[in-house]
Write a protein that binds this ligand. Structure first.
Ligand SMILES: NC(=O)c1ccc[n+]([C@@H]2O[C@H](COP(=O)([O-])OP(=O)(O)OC[C@H]3O[C@@H](n4cnc5c(N)ncnc54)[C@H](OP(=O)(O)O)[C@@H]3O)[C@@H](O)[C@H]2O)c1
Length: 254
């Protein structure tokens, strides 16, 4: 069987969908794809009214879309409206649980419902569109926003880390099979980002604008695993040669 060729992404040709696009990294990703010349950006949000500001400045290239990734009905309705999507960015996520031993089970479940099951459900909902794009020779890719905590656990957010590790495994599970269909699969191993999610945590953080730019650079260069910020880059490099050292380093983070 001849495998379709998978090239680095031409950002000015993409029709992309970003989930969780109303704030934080998702919003910055919408703006970064627009700056890169994307043909169309579907901006997914649980409350699309929060997307008005982005849509107004984009000369019709932004299409707001109601998407709750934990709702099968919401995903099916969105997929029916966005059949030309070629690049899906699974950005929507939550940080609802923390310490492995003390986090209430329903908070742990919320992290897994969104970060793992939601990411899987969104991928399955839009896969027919991605397959169509690949078959027609358009840009086709799946981009999962993960975390350095996918590489090794950060105990202070141990259950969130587990949900992001599961999403990393999901990303790896899809890479070969989708690659054979011409759909590139990327994982974004992001470090701390200056958004609402970690507002209460006192630590060095990178701006969502810079992280979004780092993600697009990774896509442009065709990297499977993208480290989009100064915290993530050395950790990803170390993980490639000494994963136990990453475990020790993240294990002592408070
Ligand atoms: N901030 C960090 O330090 C950091 C580090 C590494 C990775 N990440 C990852 O980066 C991604 C973006 O996070 P962020 O930092 O931008 O956080 P954020 O500011 O809290 O934004 C989270 C976004 O996800 C959306 N969302 C949550 N649950 C959803 C659902 N069920 N359906 C659809 N959308 C949903 C939120 O929508 P609503 O406004 O409706 O809640 C919001 O738009 C997440 O996957 C996160 O795990 C963040």
């Amino acid at each position: 069987m001849v495998e379709p060729e998978v090239n680095d992404m031409k950002l000015n040709e993409v029709v992309v969908l970003v989930t969780g696009a109303n704030r934080g990294l998702g919003r910055a990703l919408v703006e970064a794809f627009l700056r890169a010349g994307a043909r169309k950006v579907y901006a997914g949000a649980r409350d699309p009214a929060q997307l008005e500001g982005v849509a107004q400045t984009a000369e019709g290239r932004v299409v707001p879309l109601a998407i709750d990734i934990t709702s099968a009905a919401s995903l099916a309705a969105a997929a029916a409206k966005a059949g030309d999507v070629g690049v899906l960015v699974n950005n929507a996520g939550v940080l609802a649980s923390f310490d492995v031993l003390t986090s209430p089970l329903e908070h742990v479940q919320k992290d897994f419902d969104t970060n793992f099951y939601g990411t899987l459900a969104a991928t399955k909902a839009f896969l027919p569109a991605l397959e169509r794009a690949a078959a027609e020779g358009r840009e086709a890719a799946l981009v999962n926003v993960l975390s350095v905590a996918s590489l090794a656990s950060v105990p202070a957010i141990g259950t969130y880390s587990a949900s992001k590790a599961a999403a990393f495994s999901l990303t790896q599970a899809l890479r070969v099979g989708l690659g054979q269909k011409g759909i590139r699969v990327h994982g974004v191993l992001a470090g701390a980002i200056d958004t609402d999610m970690v507002r209460a945590m006192d630590m060095a953080k990178t701006s969502p604008h810079d992280v979004a730019q780092g993600i697009l650079d990774g896509l442009r260069h065709g990297h499977d695993d993208i480290a989009p910020d100064p915290m993530a880059r050395p950790l990803l490099d170390l993980w490639k040669t000494d994963p136990k050292a990453v475990e020790r380093q993240l294990g002592t983070m408070t």
